[in-house]
Design a binder for this molecule. Sequence first.
Ligand SMILES: [Zn+2]
Length: 194
Amino acid sequence: MFPAAVLQPPFFDSIADDAVNYGAIGTIIGHEISHGFDDWGSQYDGNGNLRDWWTAEDRKRFDERTKILVAQYSAFSPLPGYTVNGELTLGENIADNAGLEIAYKAYRRSLGGTPAPVIDGMSGDERFFAGFAQAFRGKARDAAMLSQIKSDPHSPDEFRVNGAVRNHRAFYSTYGVKPGDKMYLPTEQRVSIW
Ligand SMILES: [Zn+2]
């Protein structure tokens, strides 16, 4: 459910370019859809009843991939001496990664095979990622950040963006990210859930 209040900048802007909106509200819509299929949502069936509807094989492969996400996010340090809790934030991190993937696919599909226009010197993919990052700008005092790390199932804003984009292949092609760059992840360490 998307209340009207969220459908405004920086999440959605009716006069903005499509790429920006797909990167912002598109990733959030994809994020919410994916909660139906994450470590929690998979335990409930289509009627909302507590019934695991996955096969043992699906569960096993899902756990293998999400274990890598737990390790990735547990390495992020928003405050000196503290790190993100990769287990607590797993469901939200899965949703952020899945949301980015779904929104990117939707954006590319919306182009219908035609090249995206260049606007203000930025390619369509650059504007997509910029829209995503702009939607998660935030600032918190250390005490609030500490409280978030300890109790909020969402990762801090900075890592919701940086943690997701570095798993996405288009991030590498868009910005020419290469080995040695701070956000570079070797291909075998990138996680794609859906
Ligand atoms: Zn969520």
